[in-house]
Design a protein around this ligand. Structure first.
Ligand SMILES: Nc1ncnc2c1ncn2[C@@H]1O[C@H](COP(=O)(O)OP(=O)(O)OP(=O)(O)O)[C@@H](O)[C@H]1O
Ligand SMILES: [Mg+2]
Length: 263
């Protein structure tokens, strides 16, 4: 295993295209830099519109970047193409906010969990079936859920399936954009605990965007605070919580997103 960090992002600039008659917009992300060590979780917080999703989407190569670099385990990730890109993509598992939108209503849970492996060219087999049951059980669901469909699950159960699917190709990095925001408050902590357990048992690295500031501070090794496209704080989670360098971060951690201070 290489000793390079899981992710090394330098001076990343993301700017959406202007509308037909609109002036050139400001960058949605204005020179973001951070590192994510292997086996660690980086919590990304900041008010709505601060650029969190844009940052994740650019790292997933779903958005073009205007400048900067992203190295994934030392590889120049933004330059990869073709087969090299397809196989490197397997290193990243993705979980989004709404499990009902991300899971096909037509497929059974078994088919949903098999999909990434089938897409890779693997054939259905007893060992694939065992693997799928294992993924489901690692995510806290019993094997008899395999023949259900997503609409027959609660929000928390559906999000567990989405997490299991993201793990199907055994990624080293998980990218999660508000994985608990669509869930009942009572379920949010259970999902965050599951993520924390998976991180330990599988040695996962995670980029976790959430509005749940108290929780993210607890499960993150490092914290990154964004405001209007800028990274205004990045450091070890205990350090940022104990001694934030910005008044905005102090308020964010004390008052949540009802923060009065502008960055
Ligand atoms: N497809 C798009 N086209 C143009 N501008 C966009 C697009 N998506 C986002 N933006 C703009 O980019 C900025 C950052 O948006 P982004 O979705 O990254 O914020 P966010 O931090 O994820 O917010 P939220 O917490 O509400 O999800 C915002 O000003 C937003 O209006
Ligand atoms: Mg967002």
């Amino acid at each position: 295993m290489s000793s390079a960090p899981m992710l090394d992002v330098e001076n990343l600039v993301i700017r959406y295209r202007a509308g037909l008659f609109a002036p050139r917009p400001k960058p949605a992300v204005n020179g973001a830099s951070f590192r994510l060590a292997k086996g660690e979780t980086l919590g990304i917080v900041g008010e709505s519109g601060s650029g969190k999703t844009s940052l994740l989407r650019a790292i997933l190569r779903l958005l073009p970047v205007e400048g900067g670099s992203v190295r994934l385990e030392g590889q120049d990730w933004l330059q990869l193409k073709g087969q090299a890109l397809r196989s490197a993509r397997q290193k990243i598992g993705v979980v989004s906010q709404n499990p009902y939108l991300s899971l096909s209503p037509r497929l059974t849970i078994a088919e949903i969990l098999a999909e990434p492996m089938l897409a890779q060219g693997q054939r259905p087999s007893p060992s694939m079936r065992r693997k799928i049951a294992g993924l489901l059980s690692d995510c806290g669901l019993p094997a008899d859920f395999l023949e259900r469909r997503a609409h027959e699950l609660s929000g928390g159960q559906a999000q567990r399936v989405a997490i299991a699917r993201a793990l199907a190709l055994e990624p080293g990095l998980m990218i999660l954009d508000e994985p608990t925001s669509a869930l009942d408050v009572s379920v949010q902590a259970q999902i965050l605990n599951l993520l924390s357990d998976l991180k330990e048992s599988r040695g996962l690295s995670m980029l976790l965007v959430t509005h749940n500031l108290k929780a993210v501070a607890h499960i993150s090794d490092a914290l990154l605070v964004m405001c209007r496209g800028d990274v205004i704080e990045f450091g070890r989670a205990e350090e940022v919580m104990r001694a934030p360098t910005q008044e905005y971060t102090r308020e964010l951690l004390s008052f949540g997103l009802r923060v009065r201070q502008r960055c």
